[in-house]
Design a protein around this ligand. Sequence first.
Ligand SMILES: [Zn+2]
Length: 245
Amino acid sequence: MIIKLILIINSILNFTPLSESLNNEKISLLVIYKTGGFIHKEGIEAGKKLFDLICNEKNYDCVISNESTYVNSKFLENIKVIVFLNTSGDILNNNEKIAMESFIRNGGGFIGIHSATDTEYGWEWYGKLVGAYFMNHPDIQKATIITEKKHHFLTDHLKDRWSIKDEWYNFKNFNPDINVLLSLKETSYEGGENGDYHPISWYHEFEGGRSFYTGLGHVAETYKDSRFVKMIEKAILYTSSLTTK
Ligand SMILES: [Zn+2]
């Protein structure tokens, strides 16, 4: 009896802690770039190359496609994060929407890039997941970005103030639960309409899953900018729930 008990205690002590077993799990991404509205030809091509590069370098399993049929419960069983790369308009049918909702509710991750906020306006759940909807934008130009979360894992590689050229979205219907990582300094460029509260990258926990969005990513150059690339690499870890915060 005592020997049996010792064996049981030993087997408990030798059991791999949850955090370690999670770290050993392979990251798998489904990158969707389907469009039902505006087509960001340049941003999609550059984004595909970036995800391809990251997946090869880090040995992640990645499917990069413009087919939304991958958004089904069977396929998503082996996926950690769904990325909407410059998607637009209505792209998912009802079954695909249900599959995506249960994926997030089961702890899945979501990354939205640029026009991911110009996607699925009629699907309220998605609006809350991505965190806001696109309203309009001025011409492409350089703007100053304020790093709001200087000590957060996702943005601690960035300077307090930095500038970059891209297409700057104005947003509507912000989800009040988003945590703002980066804001636009509207006085640094022409055409900002969100005023003092103009988030441009954010994250939040949503219905059991983790979401990250960045408004950057219209121009191809952004996908080669090391500051952006590093933030995306970190966003993959965050939304895969491999980081503590
Ligand atoms: Zn754009």
